[in-house]
Design a protein around this ligand. Structure first.
Ligand code: SAM
Length: 246
C-alpha cells in the first residue's frame, strides 16, 4: 500500500526521503499542482459542483506546515494525534455521494483538520455544517480554520448531535462497525448518510432513509476507525498505522 511513498517517523515528521520539494526533481508550484489535481478529479467523473467547492478551499491551510509541499498530492497526510486528512479524491467521492443541497443541515463525524467540513460549507451555502471530533486539540485547530457556517464540537460523534438534529445529510469520515443507531435516528426522512463500515476490510456505504432504509456499497476503502460508544474500542485505533488511511 505504501509503494512509491515516503514514510513518517513517530512524531509524524516526514523522513528525508519525503522532504525533497517536488516529484522527479522538478519544481512545481502549489498552484500548478492544485489545478492538476482538480483536473484529475474532473477526469474521474467528479461533479462540477463538488470540484468548484474544492477549488475554493486551500488544502495547504489545513495541514501541518511541514507537509505543505504535499498539499495537492492525492493522498492522506498526517495531522497529529495519529490522525489524517483524507485524500482529495476521497473527499470528492464522498461529497458527490452525499449530494448536498444548498441550505442543508449537515453533520460530519470526524472533523480531523476541518478540510472536508470546509468543502461541505461551500456546498451548503446558507446552511450549516456541524462537525464533531473526539480529539480536543484537533477540534480546536480546526475551529480556527473553518468558515463561519461550520460549527466544531468535541465529543463522541457516534452519538450524533441531538441538539441540532435532524440532519439532511450525515457524513462519517471514520470507519464504524455498523451504522450507529443515533445517527440513523437523527437523519431526516429523505436524508442521506455516507459512512465507511468495517475494520480491516472496509467498504464505503450510502445509506438512504426513505420509507425503508437502503444501504448501497460503493467500493473498498481504508479509513481510520470510529472510536466511541457505537464505534470500535480505543485499543484498536493505533495511531501510527493510520498513516495511509483516509
Ligand atoms: N474529515 C477530516 C479532514 O477533512 O481532515 C478527516 C477525518 S480523519 C480521516 C477521521 C477523524 O475521525 C479523526 O480525526 C478521528 O479522531 C475522528 N474520530 C474517530 N472516532 C470519532 C468519534 N467517535 N467522534 C468524533 N470523531 C472521531
Amino acid at each position: 500500500m505504501s509503494k512509491g511513498r515516503g514514510d513518517v517517523n513517530d512524531t509524524g515528521q516526514p523522513t528525508t526521503e519525503r522532504t525533497g520539494r517536488s516529484l522527479g526533481g522538478k519544481q512545481r508550484s502549489l498552484e500548478a499542482e492544485r489545478v492538476s489535481l482538480l483536473q484529475s478529479l474532473q477526469r474521474r467523473g467528479i461533479s462540477e459542483r463538488v470540484i468548484r467547492a474544492m477549488s475554493k478551499v486551500k488544502r495547504e491551510d489545513y495541514i501541518p506546515h511541514n507537509w505543505r509541499d504535499y498539499a495537492y498530492h492525492d493522498e492522506p497526510l498526517p495531522i497529529g494525534n495519529g490522525q489524517t486528512i483524507s485524500a482529495p479524491h476521497m473527499v470528492a467521492i464522498m461529497c458527490d455521494l452525499l449530494s448536498v443541497e444548498p441550505s442543508s443541515n449537515v453533520l460530519e463525524v470526524g472533523t480531523g483538520s476541518g478540510y472536508h467540513a470546509a468543502v461541505l460549507a461551500q456546498l451548503v451555502g446558507e446552511g450549516t455544517v456541524y462537525t464533531i471530533e473526539r480529539f480536543g486539540q484537533l477540534a480546536q485547530e480546526a475551529r480556527e480554520r473553518v468558515p463561519s457556517n461550520v460549527v466544531v464540537n468535541t465529543g463522541d460523534g457516534s452519538l450524533g448531535f441531538a441538539e441540532k438534529a435532524p440532519f439532511d445529510r450525515i457524513l462519517v469520515t471514520c470507519s464504524a462497525p455498523d451504522v450507529p443507531p443515533p445517527l440513523l435516528a437523527q437523519l431526516t426522512a429523505g436524508g442521506r448518510m455516507v459512512i465507511p463500515l468495517g475494520r480491516e476490510i472496509q467498504e464505503l456505504y450510502l445509506v438512504c432513509k426513505n420509507n425503508e432504509i437502503t444501504k448501497e456499497a460503493h467500493g473498498g476503502v481504508a479509513f481510520v476507525l470510529l472510536v466511541g460508544e457505537y464505534g470500535f474500542g480505543e485499543a484498536r485505533d493505533s495511531g501510527r498505522s493510520n498513516r495511509f488511511r483516509f
